[in-house]
Ligand binder design. Structure first.
Ligand code: AMP
Length: 639
C-alpha cells in the first residue's frame, strides 16, 4: 500500500461514512452537551454540524488547558516595532481574556452581539477575540491596514454593539494613528456603536468621546479579579464573521459556526499540521485575515500549543534595525516546530543574505506551510533547500476556514509535488467542472473550475452574514444546472490525483497573498470627480504575485495630456484609494487612456487588458468595440 492509498482510506471514510468520521473527530474537543445529530443537510446548501451539541471555542482554546498545562506558554506576543516581547502562559492568558470579557459585558455586549475589532497585532486583539468567543459575542475583525471607507462599510453591515481598537499601528517604524480613522469610519456609517474600547500603546494621542470611548487599561483595572465563565453555545451559534472581497463592490461577511469550526481546526492541527501540545506554532499572517483567525489564534491554542503573534516586518530586527533573519532568530529562541507563511514573504526573504538561514539553530522546525497564493517552484526550492524541512503548500479560502487541498502528514507521511498544493482534504468533495457545460471532468489533466459538493465539512462558512440569498446566489448557483460550491479558481488534476491551481475565474486579484476585488478599487477610483471610466486588472508581479493596475478615462482627457499632469492625477487617484480602502489596495500604476477595450455589448475585456499588460497574446479581438483601445493600453504601459 503506498502512502497516498493510506490517506486515501482516511479520505474515503470521511466521504462515505461522514457521521462516523466526524463523530470520531468531535472527540478531540470538549462538549458541555453531546450532539444528537452529526450533520443536518435537510436544507441544502446550508449545513448544521453537531446539532444539539453545546460547546465553547474559548473553553477549548484556553480553559481546557488549565488542568494539565496552565504554566505552559500560550501566547507569545512579539513586536519588532515597539520592542515588546512577552509570553503569556495559559493561566495568564485565561486571566486577561476574562478581564476583557468582563469589560465587554460591562459595556453592554451580550450573546449574539457583534464586536468589531480594528487593531494591529497586539496581545489585546487576541484577548478580545477569545473574550467574544467566551461570552458568545460575534467578533468581526477588520484588517488594521484598511482605511475609513472600508471600515465604514463593515461597521454598517455588521452593526457592532462595541468596537475594540487601539491608538495606533506601526509599520517599519512609521506610526499610523487608528483613532482618527475609526472616528471617521463611525461618522461615515449610519450605524453607531454604543461603546469603543481603546488600547493605548502610547504611540499616538487620542481624543476620547465622553460616554462612548473607554480605555482598556482603566477597564482592566476595574476587572482585575473578575470571573466570567464560558457561555455554553449551540454548535451552530455564530462564532465570527470576516469580510472578504468578491466580484461585486460590496464585501461579504463570511459567517462561521462554533462547534463545526472548533472540531475542524482541532482536527486540522492533528492531521494536517501535525502540531502537538507544548510545542510552538508561528504563523506570520495578521489577525485581519482568515489565516490569522484559524492559525494565529484558534488552531494552535486548541491544540495546546504556544502561538507567536508577531507585529513587524520579516526584515526588521527587535532593535528596529534591518535584519532579514528576525524570523529565524524567533524559531531558534522559541523552538518553533511549525511555521505558516505566504509565498510573497518568502520572496521578500529570498532577497536577503542566504547565510541568515544557517546562522540560527532551526533544528526544532519540522515544516513550513505556505498558503494564500500560488507557490512558484523557484521560491519553493529556495526555501526548502535553505531550511531543509518540508515546504507544504496548502490551498484554501476565507470561506473554507481551513485547507481544502494539501497533504495530511499527520495522518501518514505524504509526497508533495512542486507546483501543487496537494490532494483534497478529508470531508471535502472536490470536483473539476467544465466552465460552460458544468459537466464533471473525470479524466486527468483537464482544466476546469474547482468546486465542492455539499455537504461542506465542519469549519466551512455557514452563510453570508444577514444574506442567505447572496450566499446561495454567489457561491451555489454559478454552474448551470448544478448546486455546487464554486471556489472561482481554475484547476487541473494530474494522474495521481494532485491538483494544480491556475488562478481565479472572476475579477478577484491576489496581491501579496491578500484578496482584493478589482470592482472595489474601480468603485473608489470612479468616485473621483474627473474620472469617467476605469478598469482595474491584476498583473503578474515578481514579488507580490499580482499587482493592481488601473486604466482610467478622464472626463477631460486634456487633464492628463502631459506627463507632469498625468503624474499629478495618478497621485490624486492613488490617494483616493488609500483613503477609501487602504494602501493595500492602491494600484501600482494608474495610466490614462481615452477608451477602454469593451465588447459591442459593453462588457469590459479585463482579460485582454491583463494579457497586454503581461505581454501575452490578447486572444480573439473580433468582438472589440474600439480596435484602438488595446493599442492605447500598450502605449500607456510603455510610456
Ligand atoms: P483568501 O480567501 O483571501 O485567502 O483568498 C483565497 C484565494 O487565494 C483562493 O481562491 C486562491 O485564488 C488563492 N490561493 C490560496 N491559497 C492558494 C494556494 N496554495 N495556491 C494557489 N492559490 C491559492
Amino acid at each position: 500500500m503506498t502512502n497516498l492509498e493510506t490517506y486515501a482510506d482516511f479520505y474515503r471514510q470521511s466521504i462515505d461514512q461522514p457521521d462516523a468520521f466526524w463523530t470520531e473527530q468531535a472527540k478531540l474537543i470538549e462538549w458541555k452537551r453531546p450532539f444528537d445529530r452529526v450533520c443536518n443537510y435537510d436544507n441544502p446548501p446550508f449545513v448544521q454540524w453537531f446539532e444539539g451539541g453545546q460547546t465553547n471555542l474559548c473553553h477549548n482554546a484556553v480553559d481546557r488547558h488549565l488542568t494539565d498545562g496552565a504554566d505552559r506558554a500560550a501566547l507569545i506576543h512579539i513586536s519588532s516595532e515597539t520592542g515588546v516581547e512577552k509570553t503569556y502562559s495559559f493561566r495568564e492568558l485565561h486571566v486577561e481574556v476574562v478581564r476583557m470579557a468582563a469589560s465587554l459585558l460591562a459595556l453592554g455586549v451580550g450573546q449574539g452581539d457583534r464586536v468589531l475589532i480594528y487593531m494591529p497585532m497586539l496581545a489585546e486583539a487576541a484577548f478580545a477575540m477569545l473574550a467574544c468567543a467566551r461570552i458568545g459575542a460575534i467578533h468581526v475583525v477588520v484588517f488594521g491596514g484598511f482605511a475609513s471607507g472600508s471600515l465604514a462599510t463593515r461597521i454598517e453591515d455588521a452593526e457592532p454593539k462595541a468596537i475594540v481598537s487601539a491608538d495606533a499601528g506601526s509599520r517599519s517604524g512609521k506610526v499610523t494613528a487608528y483613532k482618527p480613522l475609526l472616528d471617521e469610519a463611525i461618522r461615515l456609517s449610519s450605524h453607531k456603536p454604543a461603546a469603543v474600547l481603546l488600547v493605548d500603546r502610547g504611540l499616538a494621542p487620542m481624543t476620547l468621546l465622553a460616554g462612548r470611548d473607554h480605555l482598556w487599561h482603566e477597564m482592566r483595572e476595574q476587572n482585575l479579579t473578575a470571573d466570567v465563565p464560558c457561555v455554553w453555545l449551540d454548535s451552530s451559534a455564530i462564532s465570527y464573521t470576516i469580510y472578504t472581497s468578491g466580484t461585486t463592490g460590496k464585501p461579504k461577511g463570511v459567517q462561521r459556526d462554533t462547534g463545526g469550526y472548533t472540531v475542524a481546526l482541532t482536527a486540522s492541527m492533528k492531521h494536517i499540521f501535525d502540531g502537538h501540545a507544548g510545542e510552538t506554532f508561528f504563523a506570520t499572517s495578521d489577525i485581519g485575515w482568515v489565516v490569522g483567525h484559524s492559525y494565529i489564534i484558534y488552531g494552535p491554542l486548541l491544540a495546546g500549543m504556544a502561538t507567536i503573534m508577531y507585529e513587524g516586518l520579516p526584515t526588521q530586527g527587535m532593535d528596529g534595525k534591518p535584519d532579514g533573519g528576525v524570523w529565524w532568530s524567533l524559531v531558534e529562541k522559541y523552538k518553533v516546530s511549525i511555521m505558516f507563511s505566504a509565498p510573497t514573504a518568502v520572496r521578500v526573504l529570498k532577497k536577503q543574505d542566504p547565510a541568515l538561514l544557517s546562522k540560527y539553530d532551526l533544528s526544532s522546525l519540522r515544516a513550513l506551510f505556505l498558503a494564500g497564493e500560488p507557490l512558484d517552484e523557484p521560491t519553493a526550492r529556495w526555501i526548502s533547500e535553505g531550511l531543509k524541512v518540508p515546504i507544504i503548500d496548502n490551498y484554501w479560502q476565507t470561506e473554507t476556514g481551513w485547507p481544502l487541498l494539501t497533504v495530511a502528514n499527520g495522518v501518514t507521511p505524504m509526497q508533495s509535488k512542486f507546483g501543487s498544493p496537494g490532494v483534497p482534504m478529508y470531508g471535502y468533495r472536490v470536483k473539476l467542472l467544465h466552465e460552460v457545460t458544468g459537466e464533471e471532468l473525470t479524466a486527468p489533466n483537464q482544466k476546469g473550475v474547482v468546486v465542492v459538493e455539499g455537504p461542506t465539512p465542519p469549519g466551512f462558512m455557514q452563510t453570508v452574514w444577514k444574506d442567505d440569498a447572496r450566499f446561495v446566489k454567489t457561491y451555489w448557483t454559478s454552474i448551470p444546472g448544478k448546486m455546487v460550491y464554486n471556489t472561482f479558481d481554475w484547476g487541473i488534476r494530474d494522474d495521481d490525483g494532485y491538483y494544480f491551481i491556475l488562478g481565479r475565474t472572476d475579477d478577484v486579484i491576489n496581491v501579496a497573498g491578500h484578496r482584493l476585488g478589482t470592482r472595489e478599487i474601480e468603485e473608489s477610483i470612479s468616485g473621483h470627480a474627473q474620472v469617467a471610466e476605469v478598469a482595474v486588472v491584476g498583473v503578474a508581479d515578481a514579488l507580490k504575485g499580482q499587482a493592481a493596475m488601473a486604466f482610467v478615462v478622464l472626463r477631460d482627457t486634456s487633464l492628463a495630456a502631459d506627463s507632469a499632469n498625468a503624474l499629478k492625477m495618478a497621485g490624486e487617484i492613488m490617494k483616493r484609494v488609500d483613503g477609501d480602502l487602504g494602501a493595500v489596495a492602491r494600484p501600482s500604476r494608474v495610466l490614462f487612456v481615452t477608451a477602454l477595450p469593451k465588447t459591442r455589448s459593453g462588457k469590459m475585456l479585463r482579460r485582454a487588458i491583463q494579457a497586454v499588460c503581461e505581454g501575452r497574446d490578447a486572444g480573439d479581438l473580433t468582438m472589440l468595440d474600439d480596435p484602438t483601445s488595446l493599442a492605447q493600453i500598450s502605449r500607456a504601459l510603455n510610456h
